[in-house]
Design a protein around this ligand. Structure first.
Ligand code: SF4
Length: 458
């Protein structure tokens, strides 16, 4: 099938354009569905489907079709929106393989679904889509700050699968305003949210408004804090689809239950090209200034926004994973500041405000102190409760005392100013001979990790 790109095609395909700092808001369409149906690509398909589509429908075109991102799916999709119970679907598919889940997603949504590709090991999603034999679309957010290796990898993937990735660019005026006001690296000073909002979240939001569903590479094991409950399919909790309004977009996470190692085994077995940054120690890959390689044993999310606290390590693309705190320290949804207390143990000292102020004042103490700044409604605090109690039991009589200080509500401003509170939980160690507490820097809150920290400082 020989096709030609029409001059009216307005999505920018060139990776060289994509590296401009300001982006080009005229170079993409908010919804790629506005492509003329005759728009086509003169692409040779390098690989033919190795596996027949699951649940293949009679209407499906089983011949070799360009699996190009911009090619419309055949008319197998019912345009009338099906009302269905997504939670039930998630339960039904909980034990399904990623290939089955992908096939179901593509079958149901046809041209109204697209894979979000970040340029990392989520290339597995493209391989799964390819294996279904169905047409599929792929989009990617070109923030203008990606590594050169990632841009080259995009090109490799396009050639390998014979597709065009539908790049989404940030709004040039918004990027310009941010950079002219705050400089190129403001995220190191005041957090990554603002830059991510301009360069990622808003372009994503525009892309999703042209879809009914999207496919992500989220896995439960990627972030113990924020992704541990990711279902294989869900009503998107944060973004809207083409019909508008809450509930108008469905999010598919075909590899939610797959371990990182298994993804890599799959990529190797299928000889899928991978981003060369992985060979340099990168696991999670994002923008160049905000991603770094990790050491063996470090969690992959420790390579992202490493100067910030663990809880904030979502760029906004999956912000439904986070529970927002309000200014009073209560939490929307599942918790409230009236929640019953946690870390209840005879070996954990409940510090009052004067108690922790005393600890701060002392130049020399008889014992070192480990103290968690917590809020009982915080699910991350709740998640570490068992290990913290075990730690306190282990340290009883050892010369290190274990305490807790409830730092939400009225105490929050004090804790932020005096105790380095960023997000809950914040863990501090007060060494014997220093008044200055040292903040525990890791997301790992198991007993062994906490003990290693104490043993290094006691
Ligand atoms: Fe900006 Fe960093 Fe977010 Fe990229 S990851 S959009 S550079 S803050």
């Amino acid at each position: 099938m020989a096709l030609a790109v029409t001059s009216s095609t307005s999505i920018a395909f060139s990776s060289s354009n994509s590296r401009t700092e300001q982006g080009d808001s005229s170079s993409f369409q908010p919804s790629d569905r506005s492509f003329p149906s005759s728009a086509a690509l003169n692409l040779s398909r390098k690989r033919s489907p190795a596996v027949k589509a699951l649940n293949a429908e009679p209407k499906r075109n089983d011949s070799i079709v360009p699996a190009a991102a911009t090619v419309f799916a055949p008319d197998v999709v019912e345009k009338a929106a099906e009302v269905e119970d997504i939670e039930k679907l998630a339960q039904d598919l909980e034990k399904a393989s990623p290939l089955e889940i992908m096939d179901k997603a593509l079958e149901k949504y046809g041209n109204d679904i697209a894979i979000a590709f970040s340029g990392a090991e989520d290339v597995a999603l493209i391989e799964y889509a390819h294996l279904t034999g169905r047409p599929y679309r792929v989009f990617s957010l070109d923030t203008g700050r990606l590594n050169p290796e990632t841009y080259k990898f995009f090109d490799t993937v396009e050639k390998h699968y014979g597709i065009r990735i539908e790049y989404m660019f940030p709004d040039a005026v918004e990027v310009q305003a941010l950079v002219r006001t705050k400089g190129l690296f403001s995220f190191y000073e005041d957090g990554h949210q603002e830059c991510c909002r301009v360069r990622k979240v808003r372009p994503l939001s525009r892309a999703l408004k042209g879809l009914r569903a999207w496919i992500t590479g989220q896995r439960k094991d990627q972030s113990p804090g924020t992704r541990s409950e990711v279902p294989v399919v869900q009503v998107d909790p944060a973004f809207e689809g083409m019909d508008g309004g809450s509930g108008s977009l469905v999010k598919w996470n075909p590899v939610a239950n797959v371990a990182g190692n298994d993804i890599w085994n799959f990529l190797r077995t299928m000889e899928v090209p991978v981003n060369p940054l992985h060979a340099q120690g990168y696991i999670s890959i994002g923008c160049e200034p905000c991603t770094r390689s990790v050491l063996p044993g470090q969690h992959e999310r420790e390579g992202r926004w490493w100067w910030e606290d663990a809880k904030a390590k979502e760029c906004g693309l999956h912000k439904g994973n986070l529970k927002e705190e309000n200014g009073n320290g209560s939490v929307d949804g599942n918790g409230s500041s009236a929640a019953s207390d946690i870390f209840e143990s005879q070996n954990i000292v409940n510090l009052s405000r004067p108690g922790i102020e005393n600890l701060l004042k002392m130049e020399a103490r008889q014992d070192g102190w480990m103290v968690v700044l917590y809020a009982p409604w915080c699910k991350f605090c709740q998640a570490m409760e068992a290990s913290y109690i075990e730690l306190a039991d282990k340290l009883a009589g050892s010369g290190v005392k274990v305490g807790k200080f409830r730092a939400d509500g009225d105490q929050k401003a004090f804790a932020q100013q005096e105790l380095q509170l960023g997000t809950f939980p914040t863990i501090l160690f007060f060494p014997k001979h220093s008044s200055r507490p040292i903040k525990y820097p890791s997301e790992k809150r198991d007993v062994d990790s906490l003990m290693a920290f104490i043993n290094a400082l006691r």
